[in-house]
Design a binder for this molecule. Structure first.
Ligand code: ADP
Ligand code: MG
Length: 388
């Protein structure tokens, strides 16, 4: 789950990472006035709260020197549609704006902690050339990037933090400010099970280091350990994804038109691939889990149908722990309760699959049974209107 900048900064503030003084998060231009009363002295910085970097260049970060300027920026920014180089051709509507104190920047650094899957460890990625995107830096000045693994239990140790400060050319009087901030950030990354913590830029000011930006991605699999942000609704997720999360069903929306209901993540991946091989395109990844009973089947149908692109549903269930005849009964019971307006293709395999298929065939319900995964994929593609 990605956190907005101000949410990330709340986590940073809680562990005393120095930040620009917080003004407020507003969703109406008029609210800027009370912030200006509190943060009396300018300049003020207004920052669009969208889940994308590169806001600076897209007009999403503005420095206001007078209250009149701040009001004008707030008015222009709230409701604005923003496209940055990270939004991949789409636009994001700015609903919230963070107002904070403008700080005096002496130098911008790049600081991030990420997971390096190859070595199975968190890594620190830092550079004395902050401000620009890391991708640009990596292609233009790879020699300016320092990458170091950090221990996932001990974090960044003091001697390693000091060595890093020297390598980055941090002036002597600011070394302790750097090491303290760097060690705290690494600890936060570990304690909060993050998959990315990026501070770009981490700036040097006359008072020491300050985190000006915060991009945080948390590991969804560890959300149960973090009551503080686990209840946050992921603003990037679709209505179907939100509903699925509520019921503990793994669901990822995709671009295609064949809704898939499958038990087991591996089978779900295989189903999506086979649909693609047959010339179609899956509308989602959905794993109903082991207990594919009536209630879960019904829920999964509802989730799949929240996506208006779905032209047909393919149920591909392997009866291992659950028996196929019980799944067939579950599907029929779910269909009785809800009227499906799209064709349904069902492939059951595993324990009692013959019995399951027989139950479906005899029920008189309008559905298409398939005898193999390939057969199911081809029939679904046809039912969804042919190859695309
Ligand atoms: P993005 O990465 O989305 O472009 P940033 O938060 O990194 O947004 O802001 C872009 C630039 O704006 C920073 O590199 C910095 O120069 C400037 N900036 C951001 N916040 C402040 C602030 N509080 N005070 C002064 N300058 C700021
Ligand atoms: Mg930034």
């Amino acid at each position: 789950m990605k956190l907005l900048e101000y949410e990330g900064k709340e986590l940073l503030r809680a562990v005393q990472v120095p930040l620009p003084e917080f003004g407020g998060v507003i969703d109406k231009p008029a609210q800027v006035n009370s912030i200006l009363k509190r943060l009396k002295k300018g300049p003020w910085v207004l920052k669009a709260q969208v889940l994308a970097g590169g806001r600076g260049k897209a007009g999403g970060v503005k420095l206001a020197k007078t209250p009149a300027e701040a009001r004008a920026f707030a008015k222009a920014m709230i409701g604005m549609k923003m496209a940055t180089h990270q939004t991949h051709g789409q636009t994001l509507k700015v609903e919230q704006v963070l107002v904070e104190q403008g700080v005096k920047i002496e130098k911008e650094f790049y600081f991030s902690v990420a997971i390096d899957r190859k070595i199975g460890s968190p890594v620190l990625i830092v550079s004395s050339q902050g401000g620009m995107e890391i991708e640009t830096l990596a292609s233009e000045h790879p020699e300016e990037i320092i990458k170091k693994p950090v221990d996932s239990v001990y974090g960044l140790l003091p001697f390693a933090a000091r060595a890093l400060a020297f390598e980055l050319g941090v002036p002597a009087e600011y070394v302790s400010s750097f090491t303290k901030t760097a060690m705290t950030l690494v600890k936060l990354f570990i304690n909060k099970d993050m998959s990315l913590l990026e501070i770009n830029p981490l700036v040097l000011t006359p008072k020491g280091f300050v985190a000006l930006d915060a991009k945080i991605v948390t590991d969804d699999n560890a959300l149960f350990r973090h009551a503080d942000f686990a209840s946050r609704v992921d603003i990037e997720s679709s209505p179907a994804e939100k509903e699925a999360k509520k019921h503990d069903i793994s669901y990822v929306g995709l671009d295609g038109n064949i809704g898939c209901m499958v038990n087991g993540a591996g089978l779900a991946m295989g189903t999506m691939d086979t649909i693609a091989l047959a010339g179609g395109s899956p509308a989602n990844f959905l794993d109903v889990g082991g207990a594919a009973n009536q209630e879960r089947v019904e829920r999964a149908f509802k989730i799949i149908l929240k996506d208006p692109k779905v032209k047909t549903i393919l149920v591909n269930i392997f009866g291992g722990i659950v028996r196929c005849d019980m799944i067939a009964e579950g599907i029929l019971a779910a269909l009785k309760k809800m009227k499906l307006k799209v064709p349904l293709v069902v492939r059951l395999e595993g324990t009692n699959s013959d019995k399951g298929r027989e139950i479906l065939d005899r029920s008189g319900t309008r559905l298409i049974t398939a005898s193999s995964l390939w057969d199911a994929a081809q029939k679904s593609v046809q039912a969804a209107g042919g190859k695309i």
